[in-house]
Design a binder for this molecule. Structure first.
Ligand SMILES: C[S@@+](CC[C@H](N)C(=O)[O-])C[C@H]1O[C@@H](n2cnc3c(N)ncnc32)[C@H](O)[C@@H]1O
Length: 462
């Protein structure tokens, strides 16, 4: 019996009712009746909700106190290795197995995070810097649970390293800007490489960069706790978009985006690191294809996920979409070439594609413009729509297609089928796409007139 239970039991025995029982015990009574009486009392005790609750609470506290003991290095790296094995060695995805392993790793990382005693102010600070939103360390730690994203990136990095090994001799330098407090896409791989003897610290060295002091404190603690210090070139607390590494960079690992390629500074950071990376280096992700589509928002965001929506009905809803095409492809070549348009000292834009709005037979005035991203991490490793938080299509509710909103808001763009939309990527503040109506050329005007003529003829049944 645990100490707590023993004490609690003593208290229970001191209850008047039970004391009476104890007195009876001293008299000569039938042992069978005595046992039955005890049993009745025990049942009464068990149904005492307050007592049961207080015992349970004390047990919980005891378990929590025991769990607070320092996480040991073997447990942490064993857990990291088990995640990597599940992610990169199994050719088929077993999501529940990987979820479970990631959860265990996450729990252990959280213990290191708690023990690092990072002041609350540094854990919760969230702000907007020149390149975009800077999420607080407390919020960033959970990104390791984005299972398919973690799997695709680990597999991509592993394959990318194999390719680099064939191209370059000597030590490979990996830069991981905006890595967050746990650098989750790379740190577990280091434990695996170390245990397997695949890459030593002579083969790879890593620079971790994060703008949040709290994230850097967490990283230092985690690297030590995981026993991978020898692989770390430096952990730098700075704005990664201005950072110049000490050594040539062979691989960049970057994931600082949100859905619709919005809000966080991925683009600005990617542009900076694409220029820093050696020719023939590997950029992870290799490309991000961002496109625009139309669908009825209710169908896309509600019906598709509603109870009872089966694969068949999902396919039907996906078939209702109208794909407008790719608006931007982010890869090393495009990042090195894209021309910025400077509007003023704090506003830079990149002009992306111009796409036409088609004439639709159904729901033509109920369409919402949505921006989606597909991430090609490396080789055949892709992260498709809805597979991760970063690939959920983002609606742009300010683009009003074939209708005039009753509650017009500043910034609304009223457009119609036949119009052409030019997409700009805004690099500052909260980054994201800005949609404008393109001025039609003479040819486009002619097609427009023909279309609206045939439309009105159709409408009049001519
Ligand atoms: C959501 S976390 C991403 C973590 C990690 N990349 C991952 O894949 O899980 C975003 C991190 O980027 C960092 N960050 C954002 N902008 C940054 C910048 N300009 N320079 C350095 N770090 C930045 C934030 O401090 C935060 O820790």
């Amino acid at each position: 019996m645990s100490r707590i239970l023993e004490t609690e039991y003593q208290q229970v025995l001191n209850e008047p009712e039970l004391q009476q029982q104890s007195v009876c015990e001293q008299e000569e009574i039938d042992p069978f009746l005595h046992a039955q009486a005890l049993n009745n009392n025990w049942q009464a005790l068990q149904s005492d909700v307050n007592l049961k609750g207080s015992l349970q609470q004390q047990l919980r506290e005891q378990i929590a106190a025991e769990d607070q003991t320092s996480i040991n290095q073997t447990d942490l790296s064993a857990s990291a290795i088990s995640v990597v094995e599940e992610a990169i060695l199994s050719p088929e995805l077993n999501k529940s197995a990987l979820d479970e392993k990631l959860n265990t790793l996450f729990d252990r990382q959280c213990r290191v995070y708690a023990e690092a005693n990072i002041p609350k102010m540094l854990r919760t600070r969230q702000y907007i810097c020149a390149s975009g939103l800077v999420i607080s360390p407390d919020h960033s730690i959970t990104t390791i649970r984005d299972t398919l994203r973690v799997r695709a990136f680990m597999r991509g990095i592993d394959q990318g390293l194999k390719q680099l090994r064939q191209r370059f001799s000597g030590q490979l330098h990996i830069a991981y800007p905006a890595c967050g407090p746990f650098a989750p896409l790379l740190l577990p791989l280091l434990s695996y490489y170390k245990q397997q003897g695949l890459y030593s610290s002579q083969d790879i060295t890593v620079t971790l960069v994060d703008i949040q002091e709290g994230a850097v404190m967490a990283l230092s603690a985690l690297v030590k706790a995981q026993g991978v210090e020898e692989y770390i070139q430096e952990i730098v607390c700075t704005d990664a978009s201005e950072f110049k590494p000490q050594k040539p960079v062979h691989m960049v690992v970057l994931e600082a985006m949100q859905h619709g390629f919005s809000r966080e500074g991925h683009f600005v950071l990617a542009k900076h690191y694409a220029k820093l990376m050696v020719d023939d280096g590997v950029f992870i992700p290799q490309q991000i294809s961002i496109g625009a589509m139309l669908n009825v928002a209710q169908r896309e965001y509600v019906d598709q996920w509603g109870e009872g929506s089966e694969a068949g009905s999902r396919d039907a809803i996906l078939a209702e979409r109208t794909d407008l095409g790719e608006i931007l492809n982010v890869n090393v070549q495009s990042l090195r070439m894209l021309k910025e348009r400077v509007m003023d000292e704090s506003t830079q834009l990149v002009e992306c594609e111009t796409l036409g709005l088609p004439f639709l037979k159904e729901n033509h005035d109920k369409q919402t413009l949505m921006i989606y991203a597909k991430v090609n991490v490396f080789g055949d490793e892709w992260l498709g729509e809805y597979e991760s938080g970063i690939t959920h299509p983002l609606p742009d509710l300010q683009v009003c297609i074939n209708f005039t909103p009753r509650d017009a808001r500043p910034g609304d763009l009223l457009v119609n089928s036949g119009d052409r939309l030019t997409f700009y990527y805004c690099m500052n503040g909260l980054p994201g796409f800005l949609v404008t109506k393109a001025v039609p050329s003479a040819d486009q005007k002619r097609v427009l007139t023909e279309n609206s003529l045939s439309d009105s003829m159709e409408a009049c049944n001519v």
